[in-house]
Design a binder for this molecule. Sequence first.
Ligand code: FE2
Length: 319
Amino acid sequence: MKNNQAIGFSVNPHPKNKRLSVITLSSLTITNFCKRIAAQNVQSIEYKPFLRFHVANCLNKETNNTLGDFLLNTVKDRKTGAVLLQCESLEPDTLNNMDFIDFNIMLSTAISHLIGVPNLDSMSGKFYARFSVKNEDKSDSYLRQAHRRMELHTDGTYVKEHTDWVIMQKMLEVDVEGGESLLLHVDDWQDLDKFHNHELAKEDIQWSSPPSKNVGYKTYHPVFLEEHSSGEARMSFIDQFAEPFNIDQGLYLYEMGESLESETNTFGVGLCEGSMLIINNYCWLHGRDKFIAKKNLHRELLRQRGAFIENALYEQKAV
Ligand SMILES: [Fe+2]
């Protein structure tokens, strides 16, 4: 039986979409978590993987072990599958005077290790990646480009590992207007049946990535992955990194991109500093709206992507 008790945190539906749960960690939970992990730091959890589970356990203990169950049940449940997690207070006192950025890294590490195991992020060479969005950018993908909308996609299309979930955390924001996270649940996509029932839905597509991602191979899988017993659609799609081999594949992907970008059920979510989105990567598409041009625009983000335990243990299994 699922235990969705909440001790040390509150849960509310997001006003724009009830599939998204808003979790707020209480100030007491945060303070006690910071006290429990005071002997650790970012370097120690980077060097010793078992400490990441210790950090996760410290947070879970502050909630009578209810947070881990709640997160896992919610992220695995296809009808919901998404959490916006935030903190009641981020004052220095609440954080037991821990550095704010370090706190963010420790918190998202605790969360990721309550729902599974993060994959190595080839872009950073660590289990998490930090990156900045600024007013000017010369990178080789849309990830850091502020003045355009980053189209709806799932993560992990071009890696072999399972990417069951994605955590997107905002750590810092200066002079920002716009740039909301965009979310669309696959079942809310009005054209889903058209593309899911298409003859190319299960045909392998080649996926690649630009040099900055440091992934030295290509992957092959269809846009619609094998369904679980329920038969519900699971997607793995990103427009930038698909490499179609013919006009049929090209048009299928093009029309899919056009449909997704005009979908009216897509909704925007603003994240405050210290908060994060935790989403089931195969039933939620995500993107980012464009920013208003501002000279000092600066946003620091952290991401983690990973697998549920049962999939992390069997890396060789195809998604
Ligand atoms: Fe992404």
